[in-house]
Design a protein around this ligand. Structure first.
Ligand code: GLA
Length: 429
């Protein structure tokens, strides 16, 4: 980007930034994109009988190879992330974590070198408590040692889980690890589960979370099912007043992995996950088998227009703005006074719902005219639409129609999304 434009983007981002400071490690200025093993490969450590799918260095190397060869890297997916079950059950003589020697014979540093040689980044997993959720050694009492070990290995991201720690100590633990990572002098993206583990005892302090983490899980683990996706969306919408203001360049709400390309979602439901994760400015961490993925799922995950919404430079998370005609309407303000609109039809019966765009609260910005692009369920330029004339969309059951609209008035004062009081009036929080 040339300097003038970069300056403008930064100025706008500055204006739009949430009040709270972001973790100042220069990372996650846009939602993280990559691959994370958990949902698809869980804690499969049986390399004798299932060498292709067990948690071993081979899995990450193969995923990295495919990411480069099959266009994933080019589409923006950058981090190859290890989840639970990578370590040996005991620390080494110096008290350091070590990878399971049978499954990671080369060790993590070698794996990081390999991933870096492909132009990608490596993520690792640890836990703030005594043990990881699957029972491997936790970092409690070893925050500085573990942070330094990860830095020595040249790891680029840490997913820090919250099992096996008294909930009243969660905040302190996550903050201490953030400081320990910072102390290493290496920039390591810090992915937290702090609010998820704190909600059962109190409303988390999102100002603090944003100061210490680059993204944070709020809600339960994603499963490969439509009911799981629905529950995550419902939780997000019903807590949007609290969590949305915390998101912005440097720090994001994390609704968990994309499960597109697996077994549990229909194609329309996969489109819904992709569209809504873009609207939510969510990290796009796929958990699937990139070595064997159906072409339609691949095309959806690599859809440049949806990725562009997710990575929009304004960096504002979208919201659910209406519930009407069995549909949830979500809207996300984009850079340059544009708007992304997602209409998800919730009824699990019958055929497509006809949905008048005038039922979208933000359609107001299209007076007198807007240029409308439909991205899902299929790409279609809907051209210049006037606010007066009724545009009727079609939304599939459990599917999502995703659009971008660009007002043609060019009058920036009409950018009511950037005006907090107007935003409050406009949006049903
Ligand atoms: C927790 C996390 C998951 C995953 C597992 C691993 O449940 O929320 O994302 O990391 O632990 O054991």
């Amino acid at each position: 980007m040339e300097t003038g434009r970069l300056g403008l983007v930064l100025a706008v981002m500055g204006l739009m930034c949430p009040a709270a400071e972001a973790l100042d490690n220069g990372l996650a200025l846009k939602p993280t994109m990559g691959w994370l093993h958990w949902e698809r490969f869980t804690c499969n450590t049986d390399c004798d009988t299932d060498p292709t799918n067990c948690i071993s260095e081979r899995l990450y190397m193969q995923m990295a190879d495919v990411m480069v060869k099959e266009g994933w890297k080019e589409a923006g997916y950058e981090y190859v992330c290890i989840d639970d079950c990578w370590p040996s059950h005991s620390r080494d003589a110096q008290g350091r974590l070590q990878a399971d020697p049978n499954r990671f014979p080369g060790g993590i540093k070698k794996l990081a070198d390999y991933i870096h040689s492909k132009g990608l980044k490596l993520g690792i997993y640890a836990d703030v408590g005594k043990n990881t959720c699957a029972g491997y050694p936790g970092s409690l009492g070893y925050y500085e040692t573990d942070a330094q070990t990860f830095a020595d290995w040249d790891v680029d991201l840490l997913k820090f889980d919250g099992c096996f720690l008294d909930r009243s100590l969660i905040a302190e633990g996550y903050m201490s690890m953030s400081k320990a990572l910072n102390k290493t002098g290496k920039s390591i993206l810090y992915s937290c589960e702090w609010p998820l583990y704190e909600w059962p005892i109190k409303q988390p302090n999102y100002t603090a979370i944003r100061e210490y983490c680059n993204h944070w899980r709020n809600f339960q683990d994603v499963f490969d099912s439509w009911s799981s996706i629905k529950s995550i969306l419902e939780w997000t919408a019903s807590h949007q007043k609290i969590i949305v203001p915390a998101a912005g360049p440097g720090g994001w709400n994390d609704p968990d992995m994309l499960v597109i390309g697996n077994f549990g979602l229909s194609h329309d439901q996969q489109q819904s996950q992709m569209a809504l994760w873009a609207i939510m400015a969510a990290p796009l961490l796929m958990s699937n088998d990139l070595r064997d993925i159906c072409p339609r799922s691949k095309e959806l995950l690599q859809n440049r227009m949806i990725i562009a919404i997710n990575q929009d430079p304004l960096g504002r998370q979208g919201l659910r703005t209406a519930q009407v005609m069995d549909c949830d309407v979500w809207e996300r303000p984009l850079f340059g006074n544009r708007l992304a609109i997602a209409i998800m039809y919730k009824q699990e019966l019958g055929g497509p719902r006809r949905f008048p765009i005038s039922a979208v609260p933000g359609w107001k910005i299209c007076a007198p005219q807007c240029n409308v692009t439909q991205i899902l369920p299929q790409y279609k330029e809907l051209g210049v639409q006037s606010h007066q004339k009724e545009l009727v969309l079609s939304v599939n059951p459990t599917g999502t129609t995703l659009l971008t609209v660009t007002p043609l008035s060019g009058d920036l004062r009409k950018q009511h999304w950037n005006d907090t009081s107007a935003q409050k009036k406009h949006i049903v929080l």
